[in-house]
Design a binder for this molecule. Structure first.
Ligand code: GRF
Length: 196
């Protein structure tokens, strides 16, 4: 049974999708949900789901290294086989990522390698793209650039707004991430491609 730690910064809708999938017959189970924001609504949702939680307020640390040191220690303490970043909004240093090489996943709301970084939906619409989506990838030292484990595509329609596109993509995130985590926890590295 693989041990999964999930890192969040906000509402945790992706985290909830992962927890719901792991509640059934699944090769993994959650051992910790941690957030850099004590006010993250996802923490209460994780507690309600019976998962151990931890809040480490990154604003309470003088340096990024000090925050990452406490976060790394908390993660090592639960011996995770996999760490899933789910709406986690802090950039992690190469030193931190290196401690968990090959076992850290992230979901990014674009069809990487297009639109790494922020404001992905606005950028896709502004570029006149006809499709958008989300990507689950292994986390490496380079931001939003690790090996792709899965993607889900949606169409960008006439009159699409950033909000309407974000909502469409979020629905696909909640399909894609559980499918990729289930495969990854089973040792399956075959990328998964979904369409809406
Ligand atoms: C969403 O915009 C999603 O695209 C990205 O993080 C944001 C919050 O996700 N992955 P969540 O609801 O906290 O999982």
């Amino acid at each position: 049974m693989k041990r999964i730690a999930i890192l969040i910064s906000g509402g945790g809708s992706n985290m909830m999708a992962l927890l719901r999938d792991m509640a059934g017959d699944h090769p993994a189970r959650p051992v910790l949900v941690a957030s850099n924001d004590p006010a993250a609504a996802g923490l209460a949702r994780a507690e309600a789901a019976g998962v151990a939680t931890l809040a480490l307020d990154h604003r309470g640390y003088g340096t990024r290294a000090a925050f990452e040191s406490d976060l790394a220690r908390a993660l090592h303490d639960v011996r995770p086989d996999i760490i899933a970043l789910a709406g986690f909004m802090r950039i992690l240093s190469p030193e931190f990522v290196g401690q968990f090489a090959g076992k850290m996943l992230n979901i990014h709301p674009s069809l990487l390698p297009k639109y790494p970084g922020l404001h992905t939906h606005a950028r896709a619409i502004a570029a006149g793209d006809t499709e958008a989506g989300c990507t689950v990838h292994e986390v490496t030292a380079d931001l939003d650039a690790g090996p792709i484990l899965g993607q889900a595509r949606v169409t960008i329609e006439a009159g699409e707004t950033e909000a309407s596109l974000a909502a469409k993509v979020l629905v696909q995130e909640h399909r894609l991430y559980p499918a990729v985590l289930r495969a990854f926890a089973s040792g399956d590295r075959q990328p998964i491609f979904l369409t809406e």
